[in-house]
Design a protein around this ligand. Sequence first.
Ligand code: ADP
Length: 613
Amino acid sequence: MTALDLITGVTQAIFVLIFLLVTVRTISHPTPAHIDMSVFFGILAFLVVETRVATYLGVKQPDWYNDTVIVLVIALPYILLRLVDDFARVPTLVKRAAEVGLVAFAVALYATPGSQLQPEMTLAIVAYFVLLSFYSGAGFIDASRRTQGVTQRRMQAISIGTIFFGVEILMSGIGGLLQEPDRTLLTASGQVLGLLAAVAFYLGFAPPAFLRQAWQAPELRAFLARAADLPRLPATFDIVRELEKGAAASTGSSARIAVWDEDIAKLRAWRDPDNETIHFDSGSFVSGRAFELQRLIFTTDPIRDDPANADSYRRAGTGAMIATPISAGGRRLGVLTLYAQRSPIFAASDMELARLLADQAAVILESRALIDHAARVRAQEEANRLKEDFVSAAAHDLKTPLTTVVAQAEFLERKALRDPSSPADLQGLQRIVREGKRLAALVTDLLDAARLEQGRLVSEREPVDLGTLVSELCGRQQTDVHSCAVDVRGAVVGVYDRRRIEQLVENLVENARKYSPDATPVDVTVWQQDGEARIAVRDHGIGIPPTDLPTIFERFSRGSNVDDRRFHGMGLGLYICRGIVEEHGGRIWAESEVGKGSTFHVALPLQEGRRLN
Ligand code: ADP
């Protein structure tokens, strides 16, 4: 046996092996691509076996039989073209031209008597063969550029195989027309290329598991390396997009993930290009069905398999889908869907990979759920702590006046029991009234704070003349200790909740008095500016430290320069003021200098048509 015999033997053995492997796959998944592969390698395997048997038996085949064998050989590049079409898209014109060529050759062959091919015929066949093989090779290269990962590598192997196959036929075709020794040289080179083509086809069409895994490894490794950080991304959406990117890179197809939303019992996905959220039921669409049944679904024709949603698949140009449920320890988390415009050639390996990626996605989404849960627990604890703070602050502030009221009342009671005819203790009674009022004010503040939480502070609105309102209030608040001077610059009328605006100004004026030394004036100005009603309350008091300024409008917030012994307070007044202003659509802010005084500014919207100059 010569070296060339050995090469031919090995090449033929590889073709038969590929035929057996792809046929097994076609039986389990009879997709158009698998069928075309089986036909292609079936013809090659038949030619190998047929030649061997004929040579061994020394039989001479009839002409029609030999013609059929040649037609089968000519059909090979046409089937390659169909394979390109299974994965990418071949223009209809090219397909029809290839079919016409094939039929024309068959007719010419059967019509010509004798088994010897005319040189022109041989040349024409070789040209047809080479043209189609190169076209298919280019088609596979183009398709491989548009995919990634393992699919891309397999497509590259197939394109190399296709081109070698074409060159081999070209060489043996030309070799047939030459004289010795060129003829042997060219045919031998062709046989070596044939072997290379066989190996490339084997790697592309039926790669062994270890090679497939090695090809998947780089993308998968990159994806897994990134996976550890994914659960910490800011939003579930970011995680899903990263998972989709990883799945697409590893499989060479497009990938979509829908996550199960427990609260509304629907699957949630994000649509391209604007990331709009869409919801769909478990059981609807191929992905919903995979989720409902909790098993992988592979379809090469979603329009046929899910006619109810045919329009969506048609619009998206979806030709094949693999939908895999994402679940962890019995918890159903979502579904991973890989889809391609054309039925993917590599369905079997993609399914294994889809399962692996879905498992990985499950781990990531599960960790994310745990992180979210921990955050919810922390938020709950924080809310509880706030509630406790609130209760203890309120209890503390209510207790002081209450103790005074009870002690004073008990004292008066004892006095009355001892000497019923003694005159009323006016001072004691006034203290009870004063502390009682403080208590009532505190309770009102607490109730207002609670209303504010629900956004229900402001109710009935009516036209309010702010100048008049502020002047009346100031008049009432005039005391011996503090004067309240009002400067109203023109009529300022807006539509407000009168009671709440009164409360707002009262609070600000009371604070101005509370936090100022005796005999210092409080000035209130009312004016209009840039289409807004403006109120400013200015004092010459203790001021607010700059570090406290940003927080004084927060609930329970008090300046670091005030203490309970000198200044009673719960830190709710300004919080309620801000609530009143904001519910009216306005703004409130403060300017202050420690030791010099503070000015509180309020800006409220003026109703259109009520703007007066
Ligand atoms: P309270 O007066 O009950 O403490 P507020 O919410 O009305 O609660 O005020 C919050 C804090 O803002 C006060 O504790 C005080 O430190 C500061 N503050 C408010 N008004 C003035 C003011 N006119 N001058 C100085 N500090 C003020």
